[in-house]
Design a protein around this ligand. Structure first.
Ligand code: GLU
Length: 465
C-alpha cells in the first residue's frame, strides 16, 4: 500500500522546532517510500487560529524545502463531514446524545476529585431514553466507549502501550453548538485522506487510545502510529522559550541555512550510525522509523553551529552570496561585489552563521574612513613606528600577495620587530577587527588606494596621544 503521511499543525503560533522536526520526519518517510506527504492546517479552534500563524507555517516549510503534495487541507472547512460521522454513530447506536447540565458535569468532576481520580463523565445519558431529555438543553454527542477490555497501541517507536477501557470515559465528539472536537476531526480527516502512518510528538500518545476507539466504532482501519519523543533543552526540560529561540523563523533570521537546519532536526531523535553530516538525498535514502530513538533528544546549539559552518563552506560562493544578501545592510555595488567575491572563500572558513559572515564581510563592504571601535582606536593609538613603516612600504610596493608578504616581512626585520608587531596594527587599521582573512589577502582585495587611505586614517589616531 503506498505510504501517505501528513503534517497537521494547529495554526496558533509560530512554527516550533519540534513541529518542524515532525514535518521533516513525515516528509522524509513519504519521500523514502515514494509516497504522499499532505499538509493539513488544524484550524478548528477559531479563537486561537490566526492567518499570521498559517503564513508562518507555509513560510517555514517552504524555507526548509518540505513541499507537500496536492492542496492544503483546512480542517475547519470539513466540519460538516466530521459532524456527519458523529450522527452516523448515533444512528448506529455507537454514540448518543448527552443532555447533562453544567451542574451535573461539575458534580461528576467533584466526585472524581474526592476519589483522587481524573475528571470523568459517569455515563449518565449512555442508556437513558432521549425522550426524557430536559427542555432547553442542547445536547452533545458522546461516543459509547467499551467499558470492558483494553485498548492497545502498537506504536512504531514506543512499542506496545495498553490502557484499560475502564479508564476512558465516553468522550464528546460533537459539542452542543454542533462543532466537532479535535478527536473526531482528526480521525475523520486522517481516514478520508487515506493516511497510512501518523508520525507526531509523543504528547499525542494518550489521544491515540481514544482515536483507536473511534476508528473501531466507525468501522475503519486505523493508520500505523509513530510517536516521537519531544525535544528537550540542555537542562533536560521540554524545549520552550526560556531556552532561547524555539521557532523556525528565528533560526532563519539568526543566519542558519535550511540545509543545516534540516540535517540538525533529522539528527534530533533519529540516527544512522555515527553519521553527523547527512545531506537531503542521503536522508531520503536512509530514513526509517526503526531508528527513531525512544529517549528525548536534547537541543544543542553548538552542534547546529557546527553543521551550519559545514554547509556554508560547502555552498558555492555564488549561492552563498545570494543567501548572505538578506543579512547585508544594502544591495552591493560593483566594487563591494568584487571585494566580497574575493574575500568569501576565506571568510566562509571562519563563520558559523550568515550573521557572522555578514559581520566579517563588513570591512570589505565599507569605504575609508572606517569607523573604528574603542578597542581598535586604542590599538591604533599605541601602534607606533611599525604601522608608519608599513605605510611607507605600501605606498610604493608591488601590489601582489607574494611581493607584499616578502616586503612587509623585510620591513619588520629591518625594524628589529617580530612580524606580528606590524601585522596586528595593520590588520586593525585595514579591517577594524582583530581577526580577518590573511593580511596579504586583505591588502590585495582592498587594493592600494583603499588600503593606503585606511592606514592613513588609522595613523591619525597615533597623533592623539
Ligand atoms: N494539531 C495537532 C498539533 O498541532 C497535531 C495533531 C496530530 O498530529 O494528530 O499538535
Amino acid at each position: 500500500m503506498p505510504v501517505v503521511t501528513r503534517f497537521a499543525p494547529s495554526p496558533t503560533g509560530s512554527l516550533h522546532l519540534g513541529s518542524a522536526r515532525t514535518a521533516l520526519f513525515n516528509w522524509l518517510f513519504a519521500r523514502h517510500h515514494q509516497g504522499t506527504f499532505l499538509l493539513r492546517i488544524e484550524d478548528t479552534d477559531r479563537e486561537r487560529s490566526t492567518e499570521e500563524s498559517i503564513q508562518a507555517i507555509f513560510k517555514g516549510l517552504q524555507w526548509l524545502g518540505l513541499d507537500w503534495d496536492g492542496e492544503v487541507i483546512f480542517q475547519f472547512s470539513r466540519a460538516n463531514l466530521h459532524a456527519a460521522a458523529a450522527r452516523r454513530l448515533v444512528e448506529e447506536g455507537k454514540a448518543y446524545y448527552c443532555y447533562a447540565t453544567p451542574e451535573e458535569l461539575e458534580s461528576m468532576r467533584a466526585e472524581a476529585k474526592k476519589k483522587a481520580q481524573p475528571p470523568r463523565y459517569n455515563g449518565l445519558w449512555r442508556d437513558r431514553d432521549p425522550a426524557s431529555a430536559p427542555a432547553g438543553v442542547s445536547p452533545v454527542i458522546r461516543l459509547k466507549v467499551p467499558q470492558q477490555g483494553a485498548t492497545q497501541v502498537l506504536d512504531l517507536v514506543q512499542g506496545s502501550v495498553t490502557v484499560n477501557n475502564a479508564q476512558l470515559d465516553d468522550m464528546v465528539l460533537l459539542r452542543s453548538d454542533g462543532t466537532p472536537t479535535y478527536m473526531l476531526s482528526v480521525v475523520v480527516d486522517d481516514h478520508d485522506a487515506g493516511i497510512t502512518h501518523v508520525i507526531r510528538g509523543d504528547d499525542h500518545l494518550t489521544n491515540t487510545f481514544r482515536q483507536l476507539q473511534l476508528y473501531n466504532a466507525l468501522g475503519w482501519t486505523a493508520p500505523r502510529f509513530a510517536h516521537i519523543p519531544l525535544i528537550h533543552g540542555a537542562d533536560g526540560a521540554k524545549l520552550s522559550k526560556r531556552h532561547g529561540a524555539v521557532d523556525i523563523g528565528s533560526y532563519r533570521d539568526l543566519g542558519y541555512l535550511p540545509e543545516a537546519m534540516n540535517n540538525y532536526l533529522l539528527r534530533l531523535g533519529w540516527g544512522h550510525g555515527d553519521d553527523e553530516i547527512i545531506p537531503r538525498d542521503q536522508a531520503i535514502a536512509w530514513f526509517d522509523i526503526d531508528h527513531v530513538g525512544q529517549a528525548p533528544a536534547r537541543f544543542d546549539r553548538a552542534r547546529l553551529d557546527h553543521l551550519n559552518a559545514h554547509y556554508m563552506r560547502l555552498l558555492p560562493d555564488d549561492a552563498l552570496c545570494e543567501q548572505l544578501a538578506a543579512f547585508l545592510p544594502s544591495a552591493l555595488d560593483a566594487t563591494q561585489r568584487r571585494r566580497l567575491d574575493r574575500a568569501l572563500p576565506s571568510l566562509k572558513q571562519r563563520a558559523k552563521t550568515l550573521v557572522d559572515l555578514a559581520e566579517n564581510a563588513s570591512p570589505f563592504l565599507q569605504d575609508a574612513p572606517l569607523s573604528y571601535s574603542q578597542e581598535a582606536q586604542e590599538v591604533l593609538r599605541l601602534s607606533g613606528a611599525p604601522l608608519e613603516q608599513a605605510f611607507a612600504f605600501l605606498e610604493t610596493a608591488e601590489w601582489a600577495p607574494e611581493a607584499l608578504e616578502a616586503g612587509l616581512r623585510q620591513v619588520a626585520e629591518q625594524g628589529g620587530e617580530a612580524f606580528g608587531k606590524i601585522a596586528s596594527p595593520l590588520r586593525w587599521a585595514l579591517t577594524g577587527c582583530r581577526v580577518s582573512p590573511g593580511i596579504f589577502e586583505v591588502l590585495e582585495i582592498l587594493g592600494r588606494a583603499e588600503s593606503l587611505q585606511r592606514v592613513r586614517t588609522a595613523l591619525a589616531f597615533q597623533e592623539r596621544k
